[in-house]
Every structure is written in C-alpha cells, then in structure tokens.
Design a protein around this ligand. Structure first.
Ligand code: GLC
Length: 421
C-alpha cells in the first residue's frame, strides 16, 4: 500500500537523535523537516502511536525523550529545542521563560502522554517483545504520576476537575476561532500574543497566580478530553491500588465536562473562559472531542454529537476529513492561511481521535467513508499538515509526521471489503 510506504519514509526521514550539550540523549520525530524542527509534546504522542506499527523501540524512545525534556516536578514542555536552538527569527513565537537561551518552552500542550504510552505498551505486548519491554519502565511510570500531579496542582487550582490553558496554543489548536472571543487582540495570530507571553514571563509562569489575576485563560474541552483519556490510561498502567487516585481524577474530569461544558440545547461541548467561566459557543471539532471518551459519555449524547453535527453536511460532514471548524461558522475558512491554522481544514489527528468512536457507535459506513476520503487525499498530495475539506488538496507543511496516523486509523477502521471473509 502506497500510504504505508510513504508513512514509513516520513517517520524515518523526520527522525532526529543526538546528545545535547549537557549530555542528555534525545531521539524524536520532528513534525516536518523544513517547518517544524523541534520536539512538540502532542505531536510526539501521535508519532509514538504511529511508530508503534513500524518500530517499537523508536516509539518508546520518542516518549522517553519527551519525559526527559521535563522537570523533576512533573512539568513537561510544549516544545523542546534539543540540538537546534530556536533561531532568532522564530524565537519570539515560543513561550519560553526568558527571551533567550532556553532549552524548551514554559508552556504545556494537550496532555496525551499516558494515553500514548498505553497504546505503545499494548503494541509491545502483542508483538510478544520481551516482557520487560512491554510497559513504561518504573521510572517512566513515576514520571507520568508526577506529570499528572503537576497538571492537577498547577492547572486545576479551583479543583473542579478541569485543566486550564493560559495560552491558546497550549491546546495545540493555536488559532482556532473559539479563542477569538477570549484572547481578542492577544490571539495567537495577532501581535498582542507576544504581550500575552510576556505577561506570563513577568508573572514567572506561576499558573495559579495567572489564573487568579487575569481573564485570558480557558478550561478547554479538547485538553480535558486528553487529560481524562490519559488519566484513565495511567490508572490502568499503574494497576488497581496505585491507579485508583488517577482513575477518580479522570472520572471527575469527565463528570465536569458533562456537567459544565455540555450544552443540552446546542448538543455540543463548549470551553469555559476566564474567571467567570463563561461558555464560548463556537462550533469547532473540539466541541465533538468527548466522543473519543467512548462509553464514559452517555450514548444519547454521543449520538447527538454524531447526528446533529459530525455527519451533518452543512456542519462537519465534509467531503474530506473532519473540518476543524463547523462549515456553517462565520469564521470557517477551508483554505491555507499563512498566519492562521485550525480555522477550517481537516487534520488527520482529528479523524484518528473521532472516527474509531464513530465506528464503535455503529456508524460504520460513515467511518469508512471518512478514512477512505483521507486516504485518497493523502495518496494524491502526500502526507501534509492538513487537507482542504471540500477538495482534499494537501495544505500546510509537507511530510507532516502525525499524518502517518492514517496507517493506524486504517488498521482500526479497516475497509470491510478488504477484510478476510
Ligand atoms: C502547529 C500546530 C500544533 C503542532 C505544531 C507542530 O503549531 O498548530 O498543534 O503541535 O504545529 O506540529
């Protein structure tokens, strides 16, 4: 299969390894050789999942490197520069602690790490690798616990189960129109973003203080779906006794999403913004993300997400992939935009998270259609950063590593015509 060969080529070509000046070894996949050279947190989680079908040792090395980028207190950065310092032209775009000389950002990204570890561990187990190579090593498990404790302590100061992001790009959905009413002139694509980052620097990245003193922060649906998925994965990796506390926390996150973010009238999950936690009613794919939580979310809610939104041809039911913004939103833009992402085009990670859940609910034909159309698009224009939802044209960066998730998605939702009789 052409896509499989291309995916393996992209993963191998984007692989970077070496030893940093302080002696720390690194090995990770850069998202795209020309445009994104560093290690990004959620990209690495997706890369490891994709690598687990190609080379398990690399899948594990990628996640171990991500953990090595972190601090002993459990903080893990959004971006780590490893062998390539952020060059001056791009340096101001990174949310670092100081203007110069940082090894990584002081910001976070959608926390999928434990979730990715569980998938890699399961792949190792089923490949019958040596038993010791199956799960994360005990030190990695301790690191995952510290990471989840850090997130709960620093990013959920009101202890309501929902994590808060300080910067729009901490969700990975940098310029999504759902952040326009929250960040305004401080949005990721506007010059005020530098001021927003600088304010975090002046407040020494003390997230509790920033959350208490300012209004530009968000309890983000996608981030919390990832947090719950990872929390449950961590609980299973730790086993019954040690995992119970993390399972309870993940249950609390799901309960908070259902109680506070679910909008019964609109049939979508919305972010809560600022100190007053006001709902931001913009329809982006993040409003559908709780579908990925499967049975933790009542079936009637999942069916509403699917039937009223995901499959509606006026909203998310596009010809190619799942658009990042509902097609009937005024901000929807299916085209490439030099300065803005996540405002319309379809990304492979979105389909990877939502389509298996769609198939599990019984919408098998629709799930296969989405995977088939993305495969066609990738076959025509390569593994690109994202795709035009109407034409399937590849847009943004080339040889984009998390688009290799398409191989894993095709294995999770195989075309039934190709299944053995
Ligand atoms: C873009 C995406 C972000 C991703 C990064 C590296 O900034 O918006 O989600 O992590 O590129 O691929």
């Amino acid at each position: 299969m052409l896509i499989d060969a291309d995916a393996e080529r992209v993963l191998r070509d984007n692989w970077r390894e070496g030893i940093r000046h302080d002696g720390i070894e690194y090995a990770y996949t850069c998202p795209s050789p020309r445009r994104y050279k560093h290690q990004w947190y959620w990209d690495s989680c997706f890369h490891a999942i994709a690598w687990s079908r190609v080379d398990l040792a690399r899948a594990r090395a990628e996640l171990e490197t991500l953990m090595r980028a972190g601090q002993p207190d459990g903080f893990i950065p959004h971006t780590t520069f490893w062998g390539r310092p952020a060059v001056w032209r791009r340096a101001p775009f990174y949310a670092t602690e100081r203007w110069r000389g940082c090894e990584a950002t002081a910001s976070i990204q959608t926390p999928l790490l434990a979730f990715a570890w569980e998938i890699v561990a399961a792949a190792s187990a089923s490949a019958a690798a040596s038993p010791s190579a199956e799960g994360p090593a005990p030190t990695a498990l301790a690191g995952l616990r510290a990471h989840h404790d850090w997130l709960a302590h620093h990013r959920d100061p009101d202890d309501d189960g929902l994590l808060t992001i300080l910067l729009p790009d901490e969700s990975g959905l940098d310029d999504s129109p759902k952040y326009d009413p929250v960040y305004g002139r401080l949005s990721h694509y506007r010059p005020g973003y530098f001021w927003l980052v600088d304010r975090c620097r002046r407040l020494r990245w003390d997230s509790r203080a920033i959350i208490a003193a300012t209004d530009e922060h968000v309890e983000d649906v996608l981030v919390n779906v990832a947090y719950a998925l990872s929390g449950h994965a961590l609980a299973r990796l730790l086993g019954h006794a040690d995992g119970a506390a993390y399972a309870r926390r993940a249950d609390a996150t799901v309960a908070a999403l259902l109680e506070r973010c679910w909008d019964e009238r609109r049939g979508l999950f919305f972010d809560l913004a600022g100190r007053r936690e006001r709902r931001v009613e913009v329809s982006t794919w993040s409003a559908l993300a709780p579908l990925a939580l499967g049975e933790a979310v009542p079936e009637e809610i999942r069916r509403r997400l699917v039937e009223e939104h995901l499959l509606d041809p006026r909203r998310f039911g596009a010809a190619y992939g799942i658009p990042s913004v509902s097609m009937d939103e005024p901000a929807f833009n299916p085209e490439w935009d030099r300065f803005k992402t996540w405002r319309g085009p379809s990304w492979v990670n979105t389909a990877w998270l939502l389509v298996p859940a769609l198939a599990d609910l019984g919408y098998r034909d629709e799930a296969e259609r989405i995977v088939g159309a993305l495969t066609t698009a990738a076959g025509r224009t390569g593994l690109r950063e994202y795709y035009h939802p109407h034409t399937g044209a590849g847009l943004g960066a080339r040889d984009f590593a998390w688009s290799t998730l398409l191989v894993d998605l095709r294995a999770r939702v195989p075309p039934r015509s190709a299944a053995p009789a």
